[in-house]
Design a binder for this molecule. Sequence first.
Ligand code: V47
Ligand code: ZN
Length: 356
Amino acid sequence: MTTHADAGRDPRASHDLHAFIAGLPKAELHVHHVGSASPRIVSELAARHPDSKVPTDPEALADYFTFTDFAHFIDVYLSVVDLIRTPEDVRLLTYEVARDLARQQVRYAELTITPFSSTRRGIDEVAFMDAIEDARKAAEAEFGTVLRWCFDIPGEAGLESAEETARLATDDRLRPEGLVSFGLGGPEIGVPRPQFKPYFDRAIAAGLHSVPHAGETTGPETVWDALNHLGAERIGHGTSSAKDPRLLAHLAEHRIALEVCPTSNIATRAVRTLDEHPIKEFTRAGVLVTINSDDPPMFGTDLNNEYAVAARLLDLDERGVADLAKNAVEASFLDAAGKARIAAEIDAHTSAWLAR
Ligand SMILES: Nc1ncnc2c1ncn2[C@@H]1O[C@H](CCC(=O)c2cccc(C(=O)O)c2)[C@@H](O)[C@H]1O
Ligand SMILES: [Zn+2]
């Protein structure tokens, strides 16, 4: 498996391609709020809360963030969630995540937030919404990075968490301005998707887009469930779709994008090795593939590295990488003018690079 010692940069992509990717304007569609906390922020929060089992030494975090399986990953993830205790923690985390995205030339990101995990730990719901919105506005003004929110149900926490997430996402007095979509995360085994239909129906009726995780740790039938019962417009991961040619054809025909996160799949052991990742089967079947980082510091990666990994697995040059970046813009929930602006920036960067 990929270790943190060699992660953060795919050594097999050329220096030139890394430099092209680093300067490429990008959109990120699948990245988790708490899972984006940098080692510096995690260790700062861990030092503030010495009762936690999370290491305070950023160096020790690489070991702590090495997972035996998906369940272990979720355990560790929740220990970091436990460090976020005040609205100020939420604001700081969100602002710092935006700074990290801006450094990678991410112009637009849909950040998956699990408000249930914060409200059940006692953070006031109004203060929580104010904290994320305050950080969103500051980040846009200071870094030029546009953030939007996806509120996700932590499925394993049961229907109580679904009810709470749907309430927070649809109550006009609470619902934040930046909210665009509704998701479902956590383990899939033992957490059937169809039971969440009423909550997705409410979110969709309130104008939100549907973007559940599916087919990350279970088979293609979970992706079908997400499509048929939850009205999925994009699929988080969808890795196991490769096992079902009819599903691949359906995704391709309906332009339902997969939010592919290659390094994540290795780190959680959903896929054995990068070379066995089905990304090539997706593109071969004509599926709209987007490249994403999921929980970058926990997986020792970042979005730029995920593009380098994808370039290697798909054997892409600069134009091919630029096309992948445009897929994410197309599959985003930006308006047409916003999409056109980032697509033009991608073209400008690519032409200038190739004319060097
Ligand atoms: N690759 C991923 N694939 C799937 N999900 C991912 C991935 N990365 C990050 N997540 C996140 O994991 C969380 C899971 C939280 C969870 O299951 C849970 C269960 C019981 C209680 C509580 C609680 O809060 O008390 C939470 C979700 O918030 C989700 O956004
Ligand atoms: Zn995810």
